[in-house]
Design a binder for this molecule. Structure first.
Ligand SMILES: *[C@@H]1O[C@H](CO)[C@@H](O)[C@H](O)[C@H]1NC(C)=O
Ligand SMILES: *[C@@H]1O[C@H](CO)[C@@H](O)[C@H](O)[C@H]1NC(C)=O
Length: 349
């Protein structure tokens, strides 16, 4: 072969590799999020949610009901006790140390003047009476603060875990004012979160006098209604198309060039109305395997806008008493002793 031809061939090969490897064609063929985001189901989900919440019959069949069961229950949400805050901790089965550290710190539940409750949510390992399961059975008997669900707990089932915990809360604990969803490797300041909530309540517009209907339609109001809160660290980003990326998403899975705005997983807070509306809406929104992005999609479908709060850190914020003064959540506390130390130091200030 002549040398020149060889060069062209090599060059073409390199181009093809780059095209393939970087997912260039996926970038070229993705649809514009701003112009035509129409994630399924393509129906008016707001009006379905309105119908469900106002007790009307809904004719559309849900497409996204996870058929798993709760293997345990908890009486922590008895309706006679109004909760100010309910904390959902998404935990892995073998994270015994994480759960112990949380029980000693932000999961303590003894907040003066406020009613705060905490429960851990776990899946199963799918093995008959494994020693891990036996340990968990004992832990459940000792603490009665674990809701176990019968799907196999692994990273790819994350959205199932999140939405099953939404369902549990929707069915068994719908009357808390606010909900914190957190992973078991986060530092949380319940005190700072309650201050944030208190400040927010203080600036909310009161209901107009004589307001009598119990139910306000979400159809035109979700964007502006102060009953909705969906907050934490907000991301505005685009899907990764690189073949080598662990986070690669194909066009078949998601066709658009951007994600909707979403609160990154780890820690986020919802008001009770947001929780209800998002849970009901999720039954009509196609499953997606990244749970935080999924919630962003659901929120977008019903017109709830995530609110960025700079006091949530999706990375590990370096500790100093002054730097942590206003922190509500920080990622990166796998070390139990460190969580306890930092939490105690901040709560003794
Ligand atoms: C998710 O859970 C289901 C139900 O337990 C299980 O069949 C499935 O294998 C799990 N998914 C993965 C990716 O393991
Ligand atoms: C939802 O929370 C608000 C406070 O933000 C509270 O006034 C209301 O009673 C709660 N609703 C329910 C159904 O618990």
């Amino acid at each position: 072969m002549r040398r020149g031809n060889f060069k062209y061939l090599l060059c073409a090969c390199v181009m093809v590799c780059i095209y393939y490897f970087f997912g260039v064609s996926d970038y070229i063929h993705s649809k514009s999020f701003d112009d035509n985001f129409d994630y399924p189901l393509n129906i008016n989900i707001k009006s379905i949610v309105d119908d469900v919440l106002s007790g009307k019959k809904v004719t559309v069949t849900p497409i996204n009901y996870y058929p798993y069961r709760f293997l345990t229950n908890s009486g922590k949400c008895s309706t006679t006790h109004k909760l100010d805050l309910f904390i959902v901790v998404k935990s892995a089965m073998d994270h015994f140390g994480h759960r112990d550290a949380i029980r000693q710190t932000y999961g303590q539940e003894n907040v003066p003047g406020r009613t705060v409750k905490t429960l851990f949510f776990l899946g199963i390992d799918g093995k008959q009476k494994s020693s891990l399961q036996k340990q968990i059975d004992k832990e459940m008997a000792d603490f009665k603060d674990i809701i176990q669900m019968d799907f196999i707990d692994n990273y790819y089932n994350n959205t199932i875990k999140t939405m099953m915990s939404f369902r549990w809360v929707y069915e068994h604990c719908p009357t808390a004012d606010y909900y914190l969803f957190t992973d078991d490797d986060m530092y949380i300041s319940v005190h700072n979160l309650l201050v944030y909530i208190h400040d927010r309540e203080a600036t909310r517009k009161p209901e107009p006098a004589g307001f009598t209907t119990n139910y306000k339609s979400i159809t035109d109001t979700a964007e502006t209604d102060s009953d909705f809160l969906y907050t934490g660290y907000v991301f505005n980003s685009a899907p990764q198309r690189f073949r080598s990326s662990k986070w690669r998403v194909s066009l078949v899975e998601y066709q658009w060039d951007r994600w909707p705005a979403y609160v990154t997983a780890g820690a986020y807070v919802l008001s009770n109305k947001t929780l209800k509306v998002m849970y009901i809406a999720s039954l009509f929104v196609k499953h997606f395997r990244f749970d935080d992005i999924y919630l962003g999609i659901v929120a977008k479908k019903v017109g709830i806008v995530p609110k960025h709060c700079p006091d949530f850190y999706f990375y590990k914020k370096k500790f100093s008493p002054d730097g942590y003064k206003d922190v509500i959540a920080s990622h990166g506390y796998e070390d139990h002793a460190e969580l306890i130390r930092v939490w105690c130091e901040m709560n003794s200030l």
